[in-house]
Design a protein around this ligand. Structure first.
Ligand code: SF4
Length: 390
């Protein structure tokens, strides 16, 4: 049972806007009163974002799945020459992006393997061509891990790399490569050379050049709640310094399944762990919202959580849903849960209204593109059966 005296103290802090401590964060994860936790996180979410749920209409593109690293959780990477390894020529990438352009696409999200032989110049060339072919589409590309890799293969500094990519059309980095920053865990899950020092250096640099970036956290594997708290506190401190993070995205670790792709299980973590339960995911959203008090938005990437949980997350601190996704591969090469990997604008609008919130379409910089009507009041739709979202 949660200690009521302690709960009142935490409530007072949250309602006064006081900052929660590391010990508070760890205690929040240990608290068994999930409804209370959700209520507090919802208070903070509503203070910041009202009853809005933001989304954008985006597509994911992976230029290559060939990767020099073999991160323990990754089912996406292939080695050179391996079956299903691929790398797109610049023209192919542009043609693929053009195919995705319908439905008033506003953003392309591009992340890739750390290809051992592709020259650095390939990447700004792709961006330049994409910018020319899709002038109205924002390019949110590359993790900090990829930028660090570009430093290695080009001999250039991250500052010069970012300048060249921004010149070519880069609008934002992606938030990946963060996983869990604490080395105690990180050394067992990550196989590339980008850790907190370089990840934070590159995001700090991006912020100094006017980019706003997302940050992620991969949870629900071998880490403990204290590692999640630590992860968020590092980001909170960096946000105090730069103010450049737009959104936090907790990503649920996923198992790999044998009936997927080529039938090979690449994920080396799944023998050691289960996946986070829905309650654990809601707790993670709520604690993250409360602890990372200076990040404007918390996003639920529904591909990894399922649609019903995505709806519930909107009452546990999340105010942003990832948009339509035709292809998403990094951790979604296979999903035996039946979660679709494609949603369209109409689906998302209905999902948000159905959860009782007002949809707002945004662009990559979180500027409002379109505000939709508020949801139909529950009393007026009681007679209709509520849709069950897979
Ligand atoms: S997570 Fe990224 S860096 Fe790690 S193996 Fe997969 S593609 Fe490579």
């Amino acid at each position: 049972m949660a200690d009521q005296g302690w709960q009142r103290e935490i409530e007072a802090k949250v309602y006064e806007g006081a900052r929660l401590s590391r010990a508070d964060g760890e205690a929040l994860y240990a608290c068994d009163d999930l409804a209370w936790l959700g209520r507090l996180a919802h208070h903070r979410r509503t203070e910041l974002n009202g009853d809005r749920v933001m989304f954008n209409v985006n597509r994911h593109l992976n230029l290559t799945n060939v990767c020099s690293a073999s991160c323990a959780y990754c089912s996406f990477q292939r080695k050179p020459g391996e079956k299903a390894a691929y790398t797109m020529r610049v023209e192919e990438a542009v043609a693929k992006a053009k195919e995705m352009e319908g439905e008033q696409l506003t953003e392309l999200h591009i992340v890739n393997g750390l290809h051992p032989t592709l020259p650095w110049k390939y990447y700004p060339r792709v961006l330049k061509e994409l910018r020319a072919a899709l002038p109205g589409v924002s390019l949110k590309c590359f993790t900090a891990t990829e930028i660090h890799w570009f430093e290695k293969i080009s001999g250039l500094s991250a500052s010069d790399i970012l300048d060249e990519l921004i010149d070519a059309g880069l609008d934002s980095l992606t938030g990946g490569g963060a996983e869990i920053f604490d080395w105690e865990v990180r050394q067992h899950i990550v196989d590339h050379a980008t850790h907190w020092e370089d990840w934070s250096r590159i995001h700090r640099l991006a912020h100094s050049k006017g980019l706003r970036t997302p940050a992620t956290m991969l949870y629900g594997h071998i880490e403990e709640p204290r590692h999640r708290v630590d992860h968020v506190l590092r980001l909170r401190d960096l946000q105090d310094e730069t103010g450049g993070f737009a959104v936090f995205i907790p990503l649920r670790y996923q198992h790999d399944f044998v009936d997927s792709a080529d039938g090979v299980i690449r994920n080396r973590l799944q023998a050691q762990t289960t996946m986070a339960s829905p309650a654990d995911s809601l707790r993670t959203f709520a604690v993250s919202r409360l602890m990372w008090d200076n990040v404007p938005h918390v996003k639920c990437f529904w591909v990894m959580h399922g649609l019903s949980l995505a709806q519930l997350s909107l009452n546990f601190g999340a105010d942003d849903l990832d948009g339509s996704v035709v292809e998403y591969k990094i951790t979604h090469d296979a999903d035996s849960y039946g979660t679709p990997n494609t949603m369209h604008r109409e689906d998302l609008l209905n999902l948000i209204w159905d959860a009782g919130f007002t949809p707002v379409e945004r662009n990559t910089r979180y500027e409002i593109v379109h505000e939709y009507d508020p949801p139909v009041p529950l009393a007026q739709r009681r007679s209709e059966p509520q849709q069950v979202w897979a």
